[in-house]
Design a protein around this ligand. Structure first.
Ligand code: THG
Length: 284
């Protein structure tokens, strides 16, 4: 299954049969004081630096989240999407719970964006899915609803199915949906990653749908987070995950390695090219 995204001039395809798509996570002020201040002050140079450095590190798509308390989210989303679109030639992932902010982002971005996100709550589906339909965007569907994040794979699958069905009833095809089965930390519950992996397996088997993950959540509160993140992203790719919101500078080479190992990288060219472009000098 192929989910087409575009910057207007560059196309990116999230593909259940292809190499992993990397969405750069860093334009998100949650827990980042410097970015929150830059957004509040309208200092967009710092955000442009974050955009350029993530694309240089191999991000295929950039997430844009401007969620700071008391900010005019519609205005800042409109301005930032325009500025980032001029600075880098990659499709954007417009990250907001607000339909007005999402529309502002869609209207200024030049190609086909990914919307982050809709979830299985009635209020979210009825607010976001009509926007996705009207603008023919692609959308991430989160496996949570009024009851929160379900503790079992069966219940996360059921929420994903509810989103897929509702989207279908509005004429949004499965190709336009990327399901995010959600990742919780194994620091709090040692079966948390297993639940996510089982949800991925079933969604891929029954729907063949594209799957996105915010993979670094898995390691919150534990030592040597990078090792856990590398192991988890590899296992998730083994189950069929096709897209991750991540730090390409940290996980890019692991992701290209897993693409090669799962037979998605003919002659290892993706891995070798990535290594040549991004490996630290010492390892070259
Ligand atoms: N699914 C979807 N969207 C998501 C998530 C998801 N968006 C938010 C989040 N999860 C993914 N994005 C981020 C953005 C930034 C960071 C982590 C995830 C981050 N964290 C550092 C840390 O954890 O220590 C703190 C910042 C820093 O590097 O200084 O950066 O699951 N659809």
């Amino acid at each position: 299954m192929k989910t087409q995204l575009s910057s207007g001039t560059t196309d990116v395809v999230i593909d259940t049969e292809g190499p992993m798509t990397m969405i750069g996570e860093k334009i998100n002020p949650t827990g980042r004081k410097r970015l929150a201040a830059a957004l509040t002050e309208g200092n967009y140079d710092y955000v442009v630096d974050l955009a350029v450095s993530q694309v240089e590190a191999g991000a295929d798509v950039l997430d844009i989240n401007v969620g700071v308390a008391e900010i005019d989210e519609v205005k800042v989303m409109r301005e930032l999407v325009a500025i980032v679109s001029d600075a880098v030639d990659v499709p954007l992932c417009i990250d907001s719970p607000s339909p007005e902010a999402i529309i502002a982002g869609i209207e200024v971005c030049k190609g086909r964006p990914l919307i982050n996100s809709v979830n299985g709550e009635e209020a979210s589906m009825s607010a976001i899915l009509p926007v996705v339909k009207e603008y023919d965007a692609a959308v991430i569907g989160l496996a949570l609803d009024e009851g929160g994040i379900p503790p079992t794979a069966a219940d996360r699958f059921a929420v994903a199915e509810k989103i897929i069905d509702r989207a279908g009833s509005l004429g949004i095809p499965l190709e336009s949906i990327v399901i995010d089965p959600l990742v919780l930390t194994v620091g709090a519950d040692s079966s948390a990653a297993r639940v996510t992996l089982d949800t991925i397996r079933r969604l891929v088997a029954e729907y063949g749908v594209n799957i996105n993950l915010g993979a670094s959540n898995v390691s919150f509160g534990l030592p040597d987070r990078h090792t856990l993140n590398q192991a988890f992203i590899s296992l998730a790719m083994g189950e069929g995950a096709s897209c991750a919101i991540t730090d390409a500078a940290k996980l890019g080479l692991t992701i290209r390695a897993a693409d090669l190992l799962r037979g998605r990288d003919g002659y290892g060219m993706g891995y070798i090219k990535y290594f040549r472009a991004h490996a630290p000098e010492d390892d070259a």
